[in-house]
Design a protein around this ligand. Structure first.
Ligand code: GDP
Ligand code: MG
Length: 699
């Protein structure tokens, strides 16, 4: 009986080595350990045609011959040691048809050891589904081998593989890569020192940190002298080797493999190609964002106008039907405008989440994560930071909690620290009302200036987050490893039910979460604005009547003057005046000052606060927007909300850290008060400076 053929099954993890092993050996197998280590060793006997037998080993999965684990050492030590009883007469490299490119790296390395090698392309049953076609003859020629196209699942190609193993002596042992190509000078020296040795084998012995006890000692000593070429240099050469190998593989696959999109049943491949494309991917993402912002504007203006005037009428009606007094005033001037300030933003928030949840449901959001990883990396963030940054458009609180799946602590901390810059839904009310006051209504290529401004504000928030991440990445001295693993779900049509539930849930959490605070603060503000102490407040009627006695004002005009005199000397007026010197350079008056101070509890309070302040003492049925438009700058005259002060306010709200709940969450997630305090102080100081500059430049 002739000697058995030694066969080693080698390949990347999960390419189906064990499945091929099982197909070849059936029940003739045994499982043990490699001597001295706990790596599993599987061997078996395979009956080949014409009475020949093969001894087959299923080697541990390895990505390349550059060892980084015990499992991989086993493979290299075997391949470098001709004296091992298991040294293969023929290596069978098992690859997976869906990942040929990556799999072929290992193939080219083994081939360069001049071991006769057969290439198994497994999982061929997936080819039709994936639209993959292979030119086997071409690949065999370029790769200088024989190929078995196998599907262990469908039990195809195994007989052909057995045939190839039987005839292994016919295989070419030409290398794929000439080792000298890596570095001519260095390899020439090596060749001179070891004229009888295979260059690539020497190279592996020099670069791999494995146990070479089984290799001839004399060789090793001589080889050690070559290790003097510094570690960094060797690393560089190894990288060069990998690049050269991939160049070869890419060239080979360019002609030998076609992924035919037309026949691909898989919509996913086609879509992924476009949606994660280096150019189109970003363009499409930008267009989608632009469309969303335009739609939010166009679709929600009608319901918003309706809600606005409905609350104004309701307030007016309440005053008419209820007896005059403090209670009526509380309802009509405190509670109703406060509620109106919440309800009015429901359309926009609902539309925003409609779009976000559709993007998530369809699977597109994961592509965005993948796409953005390329960019985020440069700023010390992970692709996964995109999810917090995008959910930050809803609210920083869930967004900060969503950072938990970022593997590296440094990336996670940075994401937590910068997420509050993204434009949350609480800023939206502030932006919307100010934009409608100070940005003209015209259109630019069909896009309204107002929608563009809103989009710009989102971009500014995102930009601030990215830039501060970049700075933090430089400053923070935290060591942590980076990984990036993202699940790509299949594309699917969004389920209406899921989308509707998300929209409902987010809107509800805005109304009942933020809404509660808004309403409470509205009531407190109404109280502070309706009461005061001191002569100016208590005797406002007398003072004003005397002052304007000679001017012959109508009783209505007089009443107006009395009310605003009273407001100015109410508790809140006093507080507003107190901070006025600090905010005047930003273009704000004491009323805006009150709104800003109360906004540090939560930003969305801003509009409700102004609504309350302005409606106190005013009788006409008017919307909050009209009231704001009518405000006059007490010092300069002209509208208080003009372009300069409007932009200044927008920028202040874009950057300031005005949210107690976010600070609390950051404390919880970082387990320290240090980080939230940094956020509060640094963000707000920055906001002040930017708003100051903006107003001073634009006024
Ligand atoms: P190993 O890690 O290389 O040993 O791979 P395994 O033999 O354990 O197989 C990995 C996975 O691929 C398993 O889930 C197998 O069921 C699957 N698999 C193996 N061969 C085929 C095949 O020909 N077609 C398909 N579709 N799946 C396969
Ligand atoms: Mg296995």
């Amino acid at each position: 009986m002739s000697k058995q053929i030694n066969v080693a099954l080698i390949g990347n993890p999960n390419t189906g080595k064990t499945s091929v092993f099982n197909s070849l050996t059936g029940l003739n197998q045994k499982v043990g350990n490699y001597p001295g280590i706990t790596v599993e060793k599987k061997e078996g006997i395979c009956k080949l045609p014409r009475g020949v037998k093969a001894h087959i080993i299923d080697l541990p999965g390895t990505y390349s011959l550059n060892a980084s684990s015990l499992d991989e050492n086993v493979v290299i030590e075997l391949l470098l040691n001709k004296n091992d009883k298991d040294f293969p007469d023929v290596a069978v490299v098992v690859s997976d048809v869906e990942n040929l490119k990556r799999n072929l790296l290992l193939y080219t390395q083994i081939k360069d050891l001049k071991i006769p090698t057969i290439l198994v392309i497994n999982m061929s049953d997936r080819m039709a589904y994936k639209g993959i076609q292979l030119d086997i003859a071409y690949l065999e020629k370029e790769l200088q081998t024989k190929i078995a196209l196998v599907s262990t699942r469908k039990n195809k190609g195994i007989d052909q593989l057995k045939e190839l193993i039987t005839n292994y002596k016919e295989l070419s042992t030409e290398p794929c890569l000439n080792a000298s190509e890596i570095d001519k000078e260095y390899f020439d020296k090596l060749r001179k020192a070891f004229p009888n040795q295979l260059l690539y084998k020497l190279w592996l012995v020099i670069t791999q940190d494995v146990n070479f006890g089984k290799i001839d000692r004399n060789e090793i000593d001589a080889i050690n002298s070559f290790k003097t070429k510094g570690k960094a240099d060797l690393k560089r050469l190894q990288q060069k080797e990998t690049i050269k190998r991939y160049q070869f593989i890419n060239n080979t696959l360019k002609k030998g493999q076609t992924i035919d999109l037309k026949s691909a049943k898989d919509l996913r491949i086609k879509l992924d190609r476009i949606l994660t494309h280096k150019v189109w991917g970003y363009l499409i993402f930008a267009v989608i964002l632009l469309t969303i912002f335009q739609a939010i504007y166009d679709w929600s203006s009608v319901p918003m106008d309706f809600i606005d005037s409905a609350f104004a009428s309701l307030s007016e009606w309440t005053k008419n039907v209820m007896p005059e007094g403090a209670f009526t005033s509380l309802i009509a001037e405190g509670i109703i405008p406060g509620l109106g300030g919440i309800v009015i933003f429901i359309p926009q928030i609902a539309f925003l989440f409609l779009f976000i949840s559709v993007l998530e449901e369809t699977g597109y959001m994961s592509r965005v994560v993948f796409l953005m990883d390329r960019i985020m990396r440069r700023f010390g963030l992970s692709g996964k930071s995109v999810v917090p940054l995008i959910s930050g458009t809803a609210c920083a609180i869930p967004a900060i909690m969503a950072t938990r799946n970022i593997e590296s602590w440094k990336e996670r901390l940075i994401t937590i620290l910068v997420t509050p810059f993204t434009t949350c839904s609480a800023r939206l009310p502030v932006y919307l009302i100010i934009i409608s006051l100070v940005i003209p209504e015209g259109r630019f290529f069909g896009l309204s200036y107002q929608a563009l401004t809103l989009m710009l504000l989102y971009l500014i928030g995102f930009g601030a987050a990215i830039i501060s991440a970049w700075i933090l990445n430089k400053i923070l001295k935290i060591k942590s490893k980076t990984f990036f693993v993202v699940e790509m779900p299949n594309y699917k049509l969004p389920l209406f039910k899921n989308v509707a539930l998300t929209v409902l849930e987010k809107t509800k959490s805005f109304v009942f979460g933020a809404g509660k605070i808004i309403l409470a603060i509205s009531i407190v503000l109404w109280f502070l604005a309706s009461y005061g102490s001191g002569d100016d407040f208590n005797n406002a009627e007398e003072i004003i009547t005397t002052q304007f006695a000679s001017e012959n004002l109508s009783s209505e005009e007089l009443q107006q003057k009395i009310s605003s005199h009273q407001l100015e000397h109410s508790f809140i007026g006093i507080a507003g005046h107190a901070i006025e010197p600090a905010i005047r350079p930003l273009g704000y008056d004491w009323k805006i000052g009150i709104a800003i101070v109360s906004s540090f509890a939560a930003r969305e309070v801003f509009v409700g606060t102004l609504a309350t302040i302005y409606s106190v003492g005013s009788d006409e049925e008017e919307t909050i927007k009209n009231r704001m438009a009518g405000e006059v700058n007490p010092i300069l005259g002209g509208p208080l909300f003009n372009f300069a002060s409007g932009i200044s306010l927008l920028l202040f709200y874009a950057f300031a850290m005005q949210c107690m709940s976010t600070l609390a969450v950051v404390k919880r997630e970082t387990n320290s008060w240090k980080w939230p305090m940094y956020q509060l102080v640094i963000m707000s100081a920055f906001a002040y400076v930017v708003a100051l500059i903006a107003y001073q430049v634009l006024k």
